[in-house]
Design a protein around this ligand. Structure first.
Ligand code: SAM
Length: 293
């Protein structure tokens, strides 16, 4: 499936991120039912912040395999319009296939880096980004592009991972992956483009304010990942968790297997009477492009 890549729509660091997510695309798409259930309450809260109405025009940045795009397309209805963009052509092709199969014909797709100016079609009534903004090496640029794409009075909302201490599964995965790679110590959890890059208190609100947004709200949301057992969680990360997959990729298969085994053992204690429930905390942010700017 060929998706348009408008000229100038990808930045200099984009090809690494694109190929990494191309590699995780099949797994992320396969995991859509798990991801949907995991993120359903947080996604509903994000959509509520966008105040979507039938007929609205919406831009979904880093749309992935289109799970939240589908919710948006249903919320705005056939008189609305949705543009779904992602840096990975492969994952976006899954979005196109999935939403096409659901009969949602009012969605268009474009391969694009969220940090670059939005290709055509602006202005939008709303711009959203679910679990993608923290992966941008330059989130200020992404927020500025989103701002430019919004009409005055338009709404922005995003979900990113919160504080590392409140995300023990991800911190454990990262710590053990780095340990098995022999990368001990040194790395800040808040590294640009990393899973926790926007988790520091005040960081997201500060970036939104600097980009010119008003009505800024940032709220932590508990997003526990409830699965039958720890093996299901490890299989999900192994198949679709691009940052961990990429960290382990240089290891030979037996060293990789040892790392996954160590992760499963370390996360086993989250098993209880209701199966395996891994705690996660997300930050939901929302803001408005002011009417006068
Ligand atoms: C964790 S997935 C989230 C996908 C989808 N929003 C969801 O919640 O199911 C992260 C997505 O961000 C995309 N991505 C990473 N860096 C990006 C960038 N700079 N611009 C656009 N998309 C990016 C990846 O290709 C991937 O699809």
């Amino acid at each position: 499936m060929n998706l348009p890549t408008p000229q100038g729509a990808t930045g200099p660091g984009a090809s690494g991120a694109a190929s990494a997510w191309d590699r995780a695309a099949d797994g992320w798409d396969r995991s859509t039912p798990l991801i949907h259930a995991w993120l359903a309450p947080a996604t509903a809260a994000m959509l509520a912040r966008l105040r979507l109405r039938p007929g609205a025009r919406v831009l979904d940045l880093a749309a992935g395999a289109g799970d939240q795009t589908k919710d948006v397309a249903q919320a705005v209805g056939p008189t609305g319009h949705v543009l779904a963009t992602d840096i990975s052509p492969r994952i976006l092709a899954f979005a196109q296939r999935n939403l096409g199969a659901a009969g949602l014909a009012h969605v268009r797709y474009a391969v694009a880096d969220a940090e670059q100016a939005v290709p055509g079609e602006a202005p939008f009534d709303a711009v959203l980004c679910r679990l993608g903004l923290m992966l941008c090496a330059n989130p200020a640029a992404a927020l500025a592009s989103a701002f430019e794409a919004l009409r005055p009075g338009g709404r922005f909302a995003a979900l990113v991972f919160g504080e590392p201490a409140h995300n023990p599964c991800i911190t454990t995965l990262m710590r053990l992956a780095r340990q098995h790679r022999g990368l001990n110590g040194g790395a800040s959890p808040y590294t640009a483009g990393g899973l926790f890059s926007l988790a520091e208190p005040g960081r997201l609100a500060g970036l939104l304010a600097a980009a010119g947004y008003a009505d800024i709200e940032v709220e932590p949301l508990a997003a526990p990942f409830a699965l039958p057992d720890v093996a299901t969680y490890i299989a999900f990360v192994r198949d679709s968790g691009s940052p961990i997959m990429e960290l382990l990729a240089p290891l030979d298969p037996s060293a990789q297997a040892a790392a996954w085994q160590a992760m499963a053992a370390a996360l086993q204690p989250f098993t209880g009477e209701r199966g395996w429930v891994g705690p996660n905390e997300l930050l939901l942010c929302s803001a408005t492009r002011p009417l006068t700017h």
